[in-house]
Design a binder for this molecule. Structure first.
Ligand code: SAH
Length: 231
């Protein structure tokens, strides 16, 4: 299995040596159409989920709190979550990235949206019980071994508010296999592998979409809205 090759220290070393910029967290695609296309796609995905699942849309008028997982320098928080949530906590174990988060948010006049920054890797993190309306995981779940991803997603279930959802937006392989990427010691999973992991963690897929309009040369990117089966 590709995920057995993952080494967590190698991954942190790689990201720590990467510039704390949009280009850094997007693997050199920061100056392409990628960031804009990504955010536009995420917003319309979110809107489709709201209309498909009214309980989610109506569930959190008081405390729309989100957790941005593997947040990098806070790009998803700044461009997406701050537009749809009241407060965002961010999880980012790489210290130079974590330090850049408040800088980016202040520059965008969004400091009021910033909650906690947890400098802890996903595999060691337990989010607070019942805290979140949205848990957003983007371009970071490949850093976890399969079993650790399943247990992380299980912990996320108890961290959701009633009718809250987990969103996963990740690259997929174009085959049925998962591929190890030695650059950042991660795996790229097939759509089938993700579905298997979601089932093991006790989620159903409420909605899934392929991101359109990506620059050429990139892998397919899918967004999944996940609802716990057993709550
Ligand atoms: N989600 C952000 C950043 C993507 S880059 C965005 O879309 O802009 C991948 C991020 O995953 C990096 O910030 C890296 O530091 C983080 N990461 C790597 N290993 C991790 C781990 N074990 N737990 C949490 N985050 C991790």
């Amino acid at each position: 299995m590709a995920d057995t090759e993952i080494n967590y220290d190698d991954a942190i070393d790689y990201w720590t040596s990467t510039p704390a910029t949009i280009d850094g967290v997007l693997g050199g695609f920061g100056h392409t159409s990628l960031p804009k296309t990504d955010v536009k796609g995420s917003l319309s995905f979110y809107n489709r989920v709201r209309s498909k699942y009214p309980e989610f849309d109506q569930s959190s008028n008081i405390n729309k709190r989100a957790l941005d997982v593997g947040a990098g320098i806070g790009r998803v928080t700044k461009d997406l979550l701050s537009k749809i949530c009241d407060k965002i906590d961010l999880l980012e174990p790489v210290i130079p990235f974590a330090h850049q988060i408040p800088v980016e948010l202040e520059r965008a006049n969004l400091s009021n949206k910033l909650g906690q920054i947890y400098k802890i890797p996903m595999q060691d993190f337990t989010p607070n019980e019942g805290a979140y309306w949205i848990i957003w995981c983007q371009w970071c779940l490949g850093q976890l071994k399969d079993d650790h991803l399943v247990t992380f997603l299980i912990r996320c279930k108890s961290a959701l508010q009633k009718d809250g959802l987990v969103f996963v937006k990740e690259n997929n392989t174009s085959t049925l296999n998962d591929d190890f990427d030695e650059v950042d010691s991660s795996v790229t999973r097939s759509d089938a592998s993700f579905r298997d992991i979601f089932i093991r963690a006790g989620y159903e897929i409420l909605h899934v979409e392929l991101q359109r309009g990506l620059p050429s040369g990139l892998l397919p990117v899918r967004t999944y809205a996940l609802r716990p089966i057993d709550r």
